[in-house]
Write a new protein. Structure first.
Ligand code: 8YV
Length: 331
């Protein structure tokens, strides 16, 4: 008897492939190159499910061209690569991977913030280049982290985990801005105070971005917002490229309108704005905030379990459009 077929769009851990093979015929892109839209549609023919990453755009055109596709499971908590309303209209279930990456991503956010404040990569480059021939009192003197004001834009699970690290671990004063205010108990636990966006920009010593990308959050931080920040402030982005106007940020860093930035995500990645590569006061990493072996495996396993559970029991673990189940979902 032929078994249902699924596609894994990128290379994943072998045990995740084996787990899926217990239920499906698995086509996996072990070459690991990003499939073009046409290649993706071709590989999805006859597939009932797919494990995807942020690199693949899954929209109404894909759903329409792949009539057997019933579920797309993103190996990411962010899902701006999905057009969820279009997938719902086509009856395709979409899932993401919340919770399993929260603490790991918050760890990285804090690491990037600290590296930025304390000029870690700038000073390492100096040392590796053989330029260290004497010590000086003000050498790579950076910004204080403990006791300073941490500003968080976007206060979901990861934002809250960063707030706890800042408040409880580093004695920081935590302020945040979010579409909706947290309940009083969560605010108290995170020791975080809700402020409007202008206050956040004005008061933060270290501003960190942890909000989802959408049309509304596009260029949420541009020249006008950077102009409201303290000249001594740092900006860290672990959310999504496009939330920051990278050209405006590069110009501001060059002119020292803010002290420094730490960026894990970029507009149009894996391309990076060339001006960001030439300014010294920026720490750059290639979208690795959730990258520990344990967490990346947990994300891929959760995506696999979403596909298995939906296609065998009809009950996915972390759906984005559960409302279509039993009401328009493809049979
Ligand atoms: C993913 C991420 O690893 O979860 C997210 O939203 O940004 C990362 O953790 C990346 O998007 C690959 O899919």
């Amino acid at each position: 008897m032929t078994r249902p077929a699924i596609l894994i769009t990128r290379k994943v851990f072998p045990d995740v492939v084996e787990h899926l093979r217990q239920h499906f015929d698995v086509d996996h892109n072990d070459a690991d190159g990003v499939l073009s839209p046409a290649q993706l549609i071709e590989r999805l023919q006859g597939k009932v499910g797919a494990l995807t990453t942020g690199s693949e755009r899954i929209d109404g055109a894909v759903a329409g061209a792949c009539p057997q596709l019933r579920i797309v499971a993103n190996i990411a908590v962010g899902y701006n690569n999905f057009d969820v309303p279009a997938l719902s209209a086509a009856g395709v279930l979409a899932t993401n991977t919340p919770d399993v990456l929260t603490e790991t991503t918050a760890d990285f956010g804090f690491a990037l913030l600290m590296a930025t404040a304390r000029r870690l990569t700038e000073s390492e480059h100096f040392l590796r280049a053989g330029q260290w021939n004497r010590w000086a009192l003000d050498m790579f003197a950076g910004a204080e982290v403990h006791g300073s004001t941490l500003g968080i834009l976007g206060m979901g699970r990861i934002g809250q985990a960063i707030a706890r690290r800042g408040a409880h671990g580093f004695g920081m004063k935590v302020i945040y801005h979010n579409r909706s205010r947290l309940d009083a108990a969560t605010e108290a636990e995170c020791k975080a105070r809700y402020v409007d966006k202008a206050t956040l920009l004005r008061e933060a010593d270290h501003l960190i971005l942890v909000l989802p990308y959408s049309a509304e959050s596009h260029h949420a931080i541009g020249a006008a917002e950077i102009a409201q920040m303290k000249p001594t402030a740092t900006l860290t982005n672990i959310a999504r490229g496009g939330i920051v106007d990278d050209a405006a940020l590069a110009a501001a860093l060059k002119e020292r309108r803010i002290a420094a930035a730490g960026l894990d995500v970029f507009e149009g990645e894996p391309k990076v704005h060339p001006d960001l590569l030439t300014v010294p006061n920026v720490v750059l990493t290639p979208h690795i905030a959730s990258a520990t072996i344990q967490t990346r495996r947990a994300m891929a396993m959760l995506a696999a379990d979403n596909v298995i559970d939906y296609l065998t029991t009809g009950q996915p673990r972390t759906p984005l459009n559960a409302d279509i189940i039993g009401k328009g979902a493809r049979p």
